[in-house]
Design a protein around this ligand. Structure first.
Ligand code: HEM
Length: 405
């Protein structure tokens, strides 16, 4: 397969690249060439400007830990595909502003807190699994299982009425879609923000046992946090918490269906460590956050022998970095649930490393084995070549996953 290039006369490659649908787990071939060359490749980004793609494991880690790179579109407007959000969002801020807002949320996402949610998550998984089975085979696993589980989990955690899930799923989809215009993204983001502002007002009148009500009582009332900041934190969590996990559930299922011996090991084990190891390997191997991390250089500097100018934009190629031989000698392209992949960077690295990673792990550890055990005969209902992949989305995955059992 040849490298896809833009047809705007620059000849620059497109990032993310398109994968071959006959072997969707293989990365676009140009990624390896980029890693072997300077490690940095100039590409065209959504807004017509150019950016650097960083593909080596060590370079990605260095950049994400280096305060000379900014995530803040208020400083570097070219960082934002959708113009400025209604109020600044902490994933798109630098420290100390970022740390101030993130630290108010960390205690809700510790290993202890997310483990405490496990029984509830298990109930949610069983509920959607039984519902899918009752509705009958075949089914679209994305709509019946992969999306509703993280949607309901994050809705419960935040105190968002689950009845509204279709509304926020639709808006998140637009925000996540590389093809959506900046105007469409801005409109979807403003609409979602309005919804969250109304919800915060409701929590003020009728507090519940949830994250938004707690932060309202502990931080807004004391004057430490503005209402708009709380609404934006809620929007970020709602947004970050379900699309990513949903894609991991559906793509993870597909990976396991394509590797039946490894699926059988998960189905048959009663050792949670085996399942935890499998989830880590899926996270590493799939590295779905293909187009989520953007930074701007705040000064002139050199990476991998390449000069970067102040204001240059960089994106990190997590799929390529997680398979870099410098991280996993010779076997990065192999899917193997039995090995240790400690140090993978599917959740990013540095100060912006995923806040929800412990929650995502618990959701995956519950959702994947339950499906394999309850439906041992689960298989694709269409040929693999007919599955529609999300090549152009920030998070790689599938649009639909028709399955039968
Ligand atoms: C940040 C991936 C699930 C909330 C990130 C980043 C990645 C990532 C790569 C780094 C972004 C950057 O450096 O700019 C994933 C994947 C997930 C997942 C692969 C599922 C398997 C979740 C969940 C939540 C969440 C379930 C919340 C409930 C966040 C937040 C940030 C973030 C708030 C921003 C952190 C900051 O800037 O300090 N995620 N994520 N994520 N994630 Fe996740």
């Amino acid at each position: 397969m040849s490298t896809a290039v833009t047809n705007d006369g620059t000849g620059l490659p497109v990032y993310p690249g398109v994968r071959d649908s006959r072997c969707p787990f293989d990365l676009p071939p140009e990624y390896e060439a980029w890693r072997l060359g300077d490690g940095l490749q100039r590409v065209r980004m959504w807004n017509g400007r150019t950016a650097w793609v960083v593909s080596r494991y060590e370079d990605v880690k260095k950049i994400l830990a280096d305060p000379r790179f900014s995530a803040d579109p208020a400083r570097y407007p070219q960082l934002s595909p959708a113009g400025m959000p209604p109020v600044p969002a902490f994933p798109r801020m630098d420290d100390p502003g970022h740390a101030r807002l993130r630290l108010m949320l960390t205690k809700d996402f510790t290993v202890k807190r997310t483990e405490a949610m496990r029984p509830r998550i298990r109930e949610i998984v069983d509920r959607f699994l039984e519902q899918m089975i009752a509705e009958g085979s075949p089914a679209d696993l994305v709509q019946a299982y992969a999306l509703p589980i993280p949607s309901l989990v994050i809705s419960l955690l935040l105190g968002v009425p689950y009845e509204d899930h279709e509304y926020f799923q639709q808006n998140s989809l637009v925000i996540n879609q590389a093809q959506a215009t900046p105007e469409e993204k801005t409109a979807a983001s403003a609409s979602l923000f309005g919804f969250l502002m109304e919800l915060v007002a409701r929590k003020e009148r009728e507090p519940g046992d949830d994250l938004l009500s707690r932060l309202y009582a502990e931080r807004v009332v004391t004057g430490e946090l503005k209402r708009e900041e709380l609404a934006m934190n809620g929007m970020i969590l709602l947004f970050a918490g379900h699309e990513t996990t949903a894609n991991m559930i559906s793509l993870g299922t597909l990976t396991l269906l394509e590797h039946p011996e490894q699926a059988a090991r998960i189905r048959e084990t009663d050792d949670p460590k085996v399942v935890a190891g499998a989830v880590e390997e899926l996270l590493r191997y799939l590295a779905i956050a293909q187009d989520m991390i953007w930074r701007a250089a705040t000064e002139d500097l050199t990476i991998g022998g390449q000069e970067i100018k102040e204001g240059d934009i960089l994106t990190v190629n997590l799929p390529a970095a997680n398979r870099d031989p410098a991280f996993l000698p010779d076997t990065g392209d192999v899917f193997d649930i039995g090995r240790s992949v400690r140090g993978h960077i599917a959740f990013g690295h540095g100060i912006h490393q995923c806040l929800g990673q412990n929650l995502a792990r618990v959701e995956l550890m519950e959702a994947l084995p339950a499906l394999l055990r309850r439906l041992p005969d689960l298989r694709l209902a269409v040929p693999l070549e007919d599955v529609k992949f999300r090549h152009d989305m920030s998070a790689f995955g599938v649009h639909e996953l028709p399955v039968t059992w």
